[in-house]
Design a protein around this ligand. Sequence first.
Ligand code: UD1
Length: 421
Amino acid sequence: MDSIVVKGGTPLNGKIQIAGAKNAALALMPATLLSEEPLTLTNAPRLSDIKTMTQLLQSLGVEVTSMQNGKVQVLSSHDMTSTTADYEIVRKMRASNLVLGPLLARHHQAVVSLPGGCAIGARPMDLHVSGLEAMGAQIELKDGYLHAVAKGGLKGARVPLRFASVGATENILMAATLAKGTTVIENAAREPEIVDLARCLRSMGAQIDGEGTSTITIDGVDRLGAATHPVVTDRIELGTYMLAPVFAGGEVECLGGRLDLIEAFVEKLDAAGVDVSETPDGLLVKRRSDRARAVDVTTEVFPGFPTDLQAQMMAMLCTADGTSVLEEKIFENRFMHAPELIRMGANIEVHGGTATVHGVDRLKGARVMATDLRASASLILAGLAAEGETVVSRVYHLDRGYEHIEEKLSAVGAQIERVSE
Ligand code: UD1
């Protein structure tokens, strides 16, 4: 199994190209199931989660052609062979559940295993299920699988969400494009990935209004057609690389970065003493002094501070001047990186959904491992500033969400390499 070895203390200078968003692509790919005609995605990220979604779609009979070294994906659901999403694939990745809405919408039936994914809390699917039931689906849980049917097709409905779930909004949005009549999703998620999905569906012929706000209205149409769609920039990859020069010093330009994707995060960086400026090609980041200042952070749904950047921010605050309080409001059990950062010399106390970080002068390299994707990224970042060598194992978590992290960081001067053990 591969590990990543980082030697701290080298300032970073240069440009890092930010990829297309993993979380957008994982919703855009299943959108192919809504149409007989091909869907072409450009600016697709090259990640193991994308391979998992490809495998899942292929198991349903979708033809997936990868071009330009994986950056362009052409998907065709013309000759579907199955409407069952098998546990063996779904267990690898929670986002597999995004085939449920499209399958029900076009084929009026679906059997989808309950998902696995990152070990960051219970992550149920009740909102997906109740939304689709409101649209006329009958859904039963049998042997770990959701068995869903919509005799005569889905019908438009009012779907109020108890929580603005990203995945539930995506599933219901996709399902509603082919439902009879009008669907109104209330308390919809507003994440940029939802906006990206709505734009793609509209290019396919869907009638959607209000994406990016809390109320999305969808007028169902009879069929969707072909489209070509560029995947939006990955705001989480962007935020992760924006932190790299804060840990290591120097100046890094994140190409493709956009402030509107990441405003709440940039506000916290500013308060911590980090300069972020817009350039014609992206965002330029450098710290104002050697040591960041402590800041308090609460994770929220978009446009609030993203939970997917909480671990990386915590790593940064480990050596900030003062005490920071981080509150995790989206997922329970999302501080698994704290014990690993403590092994590197951090001073962190965790009580339920709150972590208090007392800044120390310096972290020290250690052997660490993480049990989820963003936690792994936080340990790599911590290694950039730590004294000595940090070895991050279980790199397969990182490969789910960061393409060639060691290549991107070493290109700007980091001492980082992947080793096979
Ligand atoms: C998506 C992202 C993930 C990110 C998360 C929150 C993808 C592929 N993944 O995950 O990286 O961390 O948004 O921004 O886009 N919930 C329920 N019932 C449900 C659905 C969700 O109670 O039916 C709860 C979850 O347990 C969790 C919260 O809602 O506490 C947020 O989940 P949700 O927004 O659905 O996240 P995902 O779509 O799974």
